[in-house]
Design a protein around this ligand. Structure first.
Ligand SMILES: C[S@@+](CC[C@H](N)C(=O)[O-])C[C@H]1O[C@@H](n2cnc3c(N)ncnc32)[C@H](O)[C@@H]1O
Length: 405
């Protein structure tokens, strides 16, 4: 059962839906799914990440690895320390509650490897406030190194760029295959009739519809960027995809990566997210794509309910991330499962260090959640992208999945 919306959430969701309805009308009756996702998540003052819901943590919509256990962030810190040995800075994109930043900074302080600066790039004003509160509790010598940025720094850094569960929030295109060609999926108002519309969505007022399927012909058949990207995708996949196959493709990865890559003069980017290499992502049996919504700890696949008060995500095609990085002059220096990364980064040692029985049992439970294949261990991957940094990376010593990309 999906939890009910509070009165406040209901009002907020109606306002976001009204804005989207306006944009659909302005566009002639249809907008691409990517635009819908952009508005639902990022519309100024209204979108899920722009407005003030709790989002992360047990009282919010979902729990990320740094919220499951500080063991995760201690492992990330160890990998950062290897890069920061000669000094440098950290830039974290999308820092959530700030818990990972706090633990990384404490761990690096203990290792004598504090970065000169820890910058946070955050789109959510409300999460930035939570980060300020959390990091404001750190000792002065540490907290003074933290700064917040509203846009990417103009001066490139030497050091580490981190993004945990950010790539999956980039708005993506959705498409469905007909006769070997991709048709873009988008959103129309439910009241506009169309011959091939999908099942109505429980009265939310929106319906998923293919480009060009509306009676007025306002929506074009897939635009050129999507058409060439999906044609390239279909050419290179090892197995043909069946008729009606529906999936996502995130064309924002390349510009996003280009922006970040320009910020790194030397060092490492660590991208952590749930995702797959391309051949597995677009597997013929994954007929309905990878879109997932998170609302009050429930995971479901309907982006047209709870609009503006639930997270909308899609799995990450890590081959696309690697291609984008390489085209910016970065090298893919590691790719493995989260479990392998944590084992390579000393999670067992951190666990063994806790001698208190009660604490040890708690940490062991948390470690299982991070490591087990049925939990976060395998679905989540870690990718290291390097510039002018060729030391063997501890976190990737256990497993090398780069051949799968
Ligand atoms: C799923 S949360 C992950 C938070 C945190 N990294 C963690 O693991 O707990 C996504 C985070 O990325 C931020 N975010 C989403 N889109 C972003 C973007 N385009 N640029 C920067 N931050 C973004 C959100 O506000 C949020 O802090």
């Amino acid at each position: 059962m999906m939890p009910a919306l509070s009165a406040e959430e209901e009002t907020h969701s109606r306002a976001v839906a009204a804005l989207i309805r306006e944009r659909i009308a302005e566009a002639g009756g249809w907008i691409p799914f990517e635009r819908f996702m952009d508005l639902a998540l990022y519309a100024p003052g209204l979108g899920y990440y722009s407005a003030g819901s709790v989002k992360l943590g047990p009282a919010g919509d979902f729990v990320t690895a740094p919220e499951v256990s500080d063991l995760f962030s201690r492992c990330v810190a160890r990998q950062c320390a290897q890069v920061l040995a000669g000094g440098g800075e950290i830039l974290e994109v999308g820092a959530g509650t700030g818990r990972m930043a706090a633990v990384i900074l404490e761990s690096l302080a203990a290792l004598g490897a504090l970065p000169a600066q820890y910058a946070i790039l955050e789109v959510s004003a409300d999460l930035a406030d939570r980060q300020r509160q959390r990091l404001g509790k750190l000792p002065r010598e540490i907290r003074e190194r933290v700064v917040w940025r509203e846009r990417l720094p103009e001066r490139p850094i030497e050091g580490v760029i981190l993004a945990n569960e950010v790539l999956d929030a980039l708005p993506c295109r959705r498409f469905t295959l007909h006769g070997g060609e991709a048709r873009e999926l988008g959103v129309a108002e439910e009241s506009v009739p169309a011959a091939d519309e999908r099942a109505p969505r429980r009265g939310t007022g929106f319906i998923e519809r293919e480009a060009g399927a509306d009676a007025g012909g306002a929506a074009d058949v897939a635009d050129e960027e999507l058409a060439s990207a999906t044609a390239a995708l279909l050419r290179e996949l090892p197995a043909p995809l069946p008729e009606g196959y529906t999936s996502e493709i995130c064309l924002r990865v390349a510009p996003w990566m280009a922006g970040l890559a320009a910020c790194l003069s030397r060092g490492l980017m660590l991208m952590i997210d749930y995702g797959l290499p391309r051949a597995h992502y677009y597997h013929p049996q994954r007929m309905a794509g990878t879109l997932r919504c998170h609302f009050k700890q429930r995971v479901h696949d309907d982006p047209y309910i709870n609009i503006g008060v639930q997270d909308i995500t899609a799995w990450v095609d890590f081959t696309r991330v690697a291609e984008a990085a390489v085209s910016c002059g970065l090298e893919v220096s590691g790719f493995c499962t989260q479990a392998a990364f944590l084992l390579g980064s000393g999670i067992e040692q951190f666990l063994a260090e806790s001698t208190d029985t009660v604490e040890h049992a708690r940490l062991a439970g948390e470690a299982r959640r991070l490591l087990l294949p049925g939990e976060m261990g395998e679905a989540f991957k870690v990718m290291a992208l390097a510039r002018d940094f060729d030391a063997a990376l501890d976190g990737f010593a256990v497993q090398d999945l780069r051949q799968s990309l």
